[in-house]
Every structure is written in structure tokens, then in C-alpha cells.
Design a protein around this ligand. Sequence first.
Ligand code: ADE
Length: 244
Amino acid sequence: MRFYVLTLFPEMVTEGLAHSVIGRALKEGIIELTAVNIRDFAGNKHNSVDDYPYGGGAGMVMQAPPVYNAYLSLKDKISDGCRVVYMTPQGRPFKQSIAEELASEDELVLLCGHYEGIDERVIEEIVTDEISVGDYVLTGGELAAMTVIDAVSRLIPGVLNKEESHIEESFSDSLLEYPQYTRPPEFMGRRVPDVLLGGNHGLVDKWRREKAIERTLKKRPELLEKASLTEDERILVKRLKKEI
Ligand code: ADE
């Protein structure tokens, strides 16, 4: 997978993603990341890329030509149908299913806005998708783009090592993860549940599945509606609901 990020702050993206799992995948060449500085395409001696909004109002708007020219600079690297994702609070709410959908692409362009937004005409001209990482307003699209790159990359074969990819995960089956424990066996008077110390893998699996269901019911009950539960598990949910 090749990611291209159009941004005014390229180091924020490249440095932010240079660590841990994604940093390793970049070093190994399993994924590629190119951050294009929109300011390099300002085309004026002051290197300015923003201007006052037509019609008045507060703030500045990113101008269309620098954004378009930054995109054009990628034209010989990307294929014709390459998706161009604008990071904006107005976009589709990002979720695991969208990460899975994007992970099947060979390349993605992510466009990060700043100031009060980007001139609508260049959005109409180049953008194919709009994604929001949540109902709040960030100062720019970079953190949102990094979120998408991280969530998509970890789905690319080879990015997670064998151990990491075996971790059963929140959301993959609409359940939150069960609680985890490691040594010491007692901390501040709290003991690790006996079943995890017993070495009976069947019982451990059963306990973990029940805890995942219980947690999901307590923390994100709306997710349970999408989970595929056995008849016994549905009975468990009914019982837990009475207890809560
Ligand atoms: N840019 C600013 N806020 C954002 C958000 N919530 N999601 C995506 N891009 C953004």
C-alpha cells in the first residue's frame, strides 16, 4: 500500500508515523508514505497558500491552485482511479469497516485541510471520499489522516507480526476486547482471576468470550446488536441485563 498525504505539515505526518508498528512497516517497505508539502506549490514569492473568504467572515481559506498542483505532482505516480480522501468533520464517520474497505486499495491520497477549510472547487475537482474521525473539530486534517493510515496499515498483510495479528480484536466481531492481565498475580490487593492461572484453555476461552460480551454490554451496548451470539450467549446477555 502506498499512501500520499497532501499537507501543509509533512513532518507532522512522516515523523508521527515513524515509530512502533507502522514505523517498522515503513522501514521494511511493506507500506510506503509520501507527504507532499502543499506550500511547495504556492506559486508566489511569499509562499502563501491561503486567502480571505469571498463573502467575508472569519479565518482564511486554503486556495485551490496550490492544492490542485500538489495533487497534479502525483499524477505520474498514481493510477487513474486512485481514491483521494479529504479529511473533514463533514465526512463519513471512520470505522473498522471503512479501514477494511480502504485496505484493499493499492494506493490512497489523503488531503489535509487547515484554516477554515479548502476552496470548494478543488474539493469538487479531485476528492472522491470524505472521512471524519469523529464529531469534533481538529486544527487540521493531519491527525485524522494519521489515524486512517494507522488503522488501514495494520490490516495490510505483513504489517503486524504473527503474534500481533493473532490478537483477537475489538470490533472485528462487534465485541470489545476482554480484559488482559500480566504479572504480578496480585496488584494493590487485586488478584488476577483464578481461571487465567489455571491453564485450562477451554475455560479461559469461555471466560474471555463472556467478559467480552459483558464489557460490550456495559460500555457499548449498541455494538451487541451486530454481534453474532450463540443461543447460550443470548441467555447470558439477558441475565447480565438484569444484573446491571
Ligand atoms: N479535520 C478537522 N477535524 C476533523 C475530523 N474530526 N475528522 C477528519 N478531519 C478533520
